[in-house]
Design a protein around this ligand. Sequence first.
Ligand code: GLN
Ligand code: ZN
Length: 780
Amino acid sequence: MRQRISGLRPSCGGDQWPSTPENTVTVTTNEHFTATVLGLPRIGPRRELKRAIESYWAGRIDAAELERAGRALRVDALTGAQDAGLDSVPVGTFSLYDQMLDTAVLLGALPPRVAGIADPLDRYFAAARGAEGIEPLEMTKWFDTNYHYLVPEIGPDTHFTLDPVKVLGELREARELGISARPVVIGPLTFLALSKGVDGVAPADRLSELVPLYRDLLARLADAGAEWVQLDEPALVRDLSDAEVQSVRATYDALSGDTHRPQLLVATYFGSPGPALDALAATAIEGVALDFVSGTTVSEVAALPALANKLVVAGLVDGRNIWRTDLEAALGEAVSLLGSVGALAVSTSSSLLHVPYSLAAEPDLDPVLRSWLAFGAEKIAEVRILATAIGSGTEAVAAELAASRAAAESRRADARLRNDTVRARLAGLDAGHTRRADADRRRALQREHLQLPLLPTTTIGSYPQTTAIRTARAALRAGEITTAQYEDRMRAEIADVIALQESLGLDVLVHGEPERNDMVQYFAEQLDGFAATHNGWVQSYGTRCVRPPILYGDVVRTAPMTVDWITYAQSLTDKPVKGMLTGPVTILAWSFVRDDQPLADTARQVALAIRDETVDLEAAGIRLVQVDEPALRELLPLRRDAQQRYLDWAVGAFRLATSGVRDDTQIHTHLCYSEFGEIIGAIAALDADVTSVEAARSHMEILDDLNAVGYALGIGPGVYDIHSPRVPAAAEIEAALREAIEAVPAERLWVNPDCGLKTRGRAEVEASLRNMVSAARSVR
Ligand code: GLN
Ligand code: ZN
């Protein structure tokens, strides 16, 4: 077959196309597809799946009803995708909780502790969220996204067995609907790379047991009518050792060696597979999906002659951000690829799991801003347009290309994208704006200013989100109460939380954050340059969904954002109240961020806004300010060679945000949700006077790691785990503290829970903090 695009020139690679007549491509099959996405969203356009699952958990609906709700969402998503023109539709990316957990079920790799649960659905949810006496699987971030997957455990008792009911069922369901279905399964290398070994087992050592299972699976999918199967291997975009690259080759030689199997598409995303692409190209797989939005280049493809007889599924439409694609630029890349590949299909760069369903649910968005955006449904349409242009020439989609060009031009020209005052202020900054006095000097001044006891006790910021808070927020949204009434109710909550903390005898108080729906959205709503959506929900984990704000233009703080609340809290007590802000890196990580300038530049703008807020808090009499950066680790690039650059700008942004205050004002930060190993140096470089970290579950190892890099500032290793409703005994907290004191001199040690308390009940919080204060007193 021959693919040509009339009306376009390659974006690079000179004139190799279309002038060379030998540019005829041969495909290993004539059955390849041209337009697809790597995965479909699953929570439902209105979070229908969340509601159904939570109803099931609460016993309001039964398993059959939950299955009906799931099916209805799948049917809508599959038929919607096919009707929109995809000629291969991914199936199996639906999940009741998480795709890694689904893969653990597929491979018979659920932990032994749930094996006793007879009902498969109960067993599944027990692994996901725990059950009476059963710890759930750990949860961690999916590459550099804010999606959290469940970490499978591979131990001596893991005996892999194939249980393909889910994927076979979804394939059958799709085929009955007449869908050109392409089953999607996480590949063996990624499954093992993301699993955790227990009791001395190294997951990678178990690869040879998995390969036969995958071969069996492929044969069964072929029997069930699958022409193509997508094996997701995003782990290949990380740094791989030579041995790992060899195992890519060996694994896919083995999987592609059988004759009775569907055609194999190996999908990589979130970066370039680098040497793993060479290994994949050398095997007999029929296709690779590559992410051209975040890293893979046309020249990498051109450099691999073996790709000349494979299908390359080009991720040209960003699957994880919400900007409209510059279709002509994407087409230019597509054209450049044509000469080097066997066949070309257009796709999103990743699954659509990471973006909201459709702009159709956002009638109130500013129409100009809206014209710059593409959510899930709009991305599918973009894929179709690109595929049509490649298949039939640009004339066939001239109007669509013109609209895309007009949107790009409107965005480039929009005045809201540039604020000259902010740009001038940033241009005028020098190194002095990211540096504070020597840490020892600050410590001495702060000791004088704050007069805190040894081992000061404090909390991370939020207190339980009570029914009163939720009711007030709903009433305000519904227009049933005025803003003034709402604010009164929030002040009452603050007064309550202050009184509670005084009665417990905590040393540094917080206002409890009742007014914050979310630690990023709260600031996004008040800063220029951000827009919010009504229904732009994205799955964060399980049934938890978030609505990331859209950071589209220069960020400007037009007024103080937190000062009234914090000073109100301070007015109620003689104890110091800590101001509470979210840091620039976390604000970026949990937003959809503009892609027309480097993240580092955007981070500085956000940092400047936060800096102004810290200065205003200080001027209003606040003596400690905490700037949370729980997402510092999340944005760490997947490839080591890019990490230092990121850490430099991330640390720089934090320091810009926090070095505008006096030396006697104490800056705190809070980090959580991650393995800190790789960023330990950066934590020290933040130069916060006090850093609180999640440590209760990782048993204080973080203290040794910090010591190893010469960290000499204040540290509050979480002394108990707030992720569980269990109230820790005072003796237990005391033991944790004594362990901490072994590693850190008492003068630098703070006593706090390991994270915010917003998800906990009031009674547990009160009991736990009482024990924490008493433990601190006895150790003092
Ligand atoms: N200050 C925030 C809170 O306490 C921090 C949240 C977080 O660590 N993610 O809720
Ligand atoms: Zn936290």
